[in-house]
Design a protein around this ligand. Sequence first.
Ligand code: FE2
Length: 376
Amino acid sequence: METAIAKKKTPVVQEDFLPLQGTDYVEFYVGNAKQAAHFYKSAFGFQSLAYSGPETGVKDKASYVVRQNKLTFVLTTPLVKDNKIAEHIFKHGDGVKFLALRVDDARDAWHQTTQRGGISFMEPQVLQDENGEVIMSGIHTYGDTVHLFIERKNYNGAFMPGYKKWETEYNPSSTGLEYVDHCVGNVGWNQMNKWVQFYEDVMGFRNILSFDDEDISTEYSALMSKVMSNGNGFVKFPINEPAEGKKKSQVEEYLDFYHGEGVQHVALATKNIVETVTALQNRGVEFLKVPTTYYDDLLERVGTIDEDVEPLKKLGVLVDRDDEGYLLQIFTKPVEDRPTLFFEIIQRKGAKSFGKGNFKALFEAIEREQALRGNL
Ligand code: FE2
């Protein structure tokens, strides 16, 4: 017997089973959290926010939380040798451990994702103090990276229970960084589609853009990339995989030095890239540079833009246009000695894409750096 439901022909509007409000924080495991926190304050313009460690009753690790506008970084280091954080740093060097996502219901986020095949990292846990409660849960993603789900609607403390407010005399000014625009993962050979499927099936994301090795190959090295986005577009995770080229792919170099899959870069949004990058360069942040010939025919390539070309050329800011507008972007050199994690600074002026028109110039700049390291 046919049911009424089976007869219905109206298109099924898929409900977003994992509504995300954006990135809550990014947590890095680092060799020296005190110094890393100072670096993100002095060089990137973050402010002291919260601290957890022996003084707050935590014996095996110390964490410094720094914030700039909607951007929150947590820098965590182990205090003892036999623990998971120490193992993580021994294997990967400094890197991103947690991409924490803000949700309205962390219990539901965990149930929805684990019942769809996500592997639990942490069952829903309620953390309480005098400022209320935070509920967190988490699932594993590529490599040793983890997505945490953070529910903090009933919390009004500095960061979360277990942390105390961290007040310092040294508070360098902001550089205008606002929020996480996207966060890119490097995965192994033939693994990209597996992780695309993971984000589709387990987290309800969609593949909004794909780049094959034709789009992203230089004379020597190549990679493939697919961009995954959640329902409302607040969270975007491009996934890169190495491709065969004449020489070693930049993704392969990352995998060799990170000893596995992990976060390649975090893109930080600004409302004024010229001001932000000027401030970052003045504070010693190092960026990849493209040849100045890139700017010779810039306006023919991208059309009219609001910015003067000269400051962009001086700073090395790249421009690309798509159907909806344009974007300005620039990439730091790796922020640790291993050629692994780096940052992108991005300003969007309508464009929702990722700078495909800059890939060639950019990857050639990366290859020059790879060659200097003897890894090309
Ligand atoms: Fe990016």
